[in-house]
Design a protein around this ligand. Structure first.
Ligand code: A3P
Length: 310
């Protein structure tokens, strides 16, 4: 495969190496503002992820769980008409502009707040790491992340970059160059923290969530100490949550129901198949060998591993 594409995987000038990660240049100021001006509250819930790992899905799940007392009806739920990125914003992006107003609107959000971040753990604002707020991290196998990103980034209205082939983009990815990368230090930062502070960071894998949604959504409910777990109908509620956030619904929200997404994209379908293992249709044998070796090398001794086929 050698499709020339503009890509957010491509490095400078779109990406800027900042605090040891590849930050979108347009958001360096937003990250600085987030670090300096954001005040975490003890009951905040953060959804953290490396891009293309299932962020939208986890944002939807966390929003529904945390707000179940406000929106108990699954037939008239805000998620039926709003994109998860509208319901759960990324402070590092919104604080890139209108700092005063956006800080104010963040502090006026109804509590508990659910917010998202793509920042690596060491770059989180101190108030997040030091307060009692909770972080749920989702990670995905690096093969599927790459393909999802390869298909996704050209759909954003980014600054024009020289077209890179699939192979050239892959080489950069293998060197850690992708928005918020390197992917290995991003994952390992949260992985280690989840082991050191299991009450602070819940580490989820996309593949597990996909294959056993009810079980892992229950883990989220328990981690957040949600009142859902005490209800006599908790199993039914959890099944309803899983159904409300299932792939086709998320895909339709991305495509149809969001002015937010319309503003940043030209094409409409931002998701591919929402599957484990679609990368097999893209990678050559030498690419498989190369990425497998990098995964082994980078994650060696950490205890973190991935399922790469369904
Ligand atoms: P694909 O591009 O492989 O389809 P992010 O939200 O971090 O950008 O991740 C996007 C990926 O998550 C896309 O993967 C998308 O299909 C997948 N995804 C989103 N919602 C999902 C859901 N409810 N179930 C399974 N996968 C989902």
């Amino acid at each position: 495969l050698s499709l020339p594409k503009e890509s957010g995987l491509g490095g400078a000038p779109y990406l800027h190496l900042f605090q040891d990660f590849w930050c979108p240049t347009v958001h360096v100021q937003g990250v600085n503002n987030f670090q300096k001006h954001f005040d975490a509250k003890d009951n905040d819930v953060f959804v953290a992820s490396f891009p293309k790992s299932g962020t939208t899905w986890l944002k939807a799940l966390a929003f529904v769980i945390v707000n179940h007392h406000r929106f108990p009806s699954f037939d008239h739920h805000p998620l039926l008409s709003s994109n998860p990125h509208q319901l759960v914003s990324f402070p590092e992006f919104i604080l890139s502009h209108d700092l005063h107003d956006n800080i104010l609107s963040l502090s006026n959000m109804s509590e508990p707040r659910v917010l998202g971040t793509h920042l690596p753990f060491p770059s989180l604002p101190e108030s997040i790491t030091k307060s009692n707020c909770k972080i749920i991290y989702i990670c995905r196998n690096p093969f599927d992340i790459f393909v999802s990103a390869w298909e996704f980034f050209p759909k954003l209205k980014l600054v024009s970059l020289p077209a890179l082939t699939f192979e050239e983009t892959f080489e950069k990815y293998c060197n850690g160059i992708m928005t918020f990368g390197p992917w290995w230090s991003h994952m390992l930062g949260y992985w280690k923290e989840s082991i050191a502070r299991p009450n602070k960071v819940l580490f989820l894998k996309y593949e597990d969530l996909k294959e056993n949604s009810v079980f892992h959504v229950k883990r989220i409910v328990e981690f957040l100490d949600s009142p859902i777990i005490q209800g006599g109908d908790s199993n039914e509620v959890i099944e309803n949550i899983v159904n409300l956030c299932e792939f086709e619904k998320m895909k339709n929200l991305e495509v149809n129901k969001s002015g937010y997404i319309e503003n940043i994209t030209e094409k409409k379908n931002l998701f591919q198949k929402g599957k484990i293992g679609d990368w097999i249709n893209y990678f050559s044998p030498s690419m498989i060998e190369k990425l497998s070796k990098i995964i082994e090398e980078k994650l060696s001794g950490s205890g973190l591993s991935f399922k790469v086929h369904s």
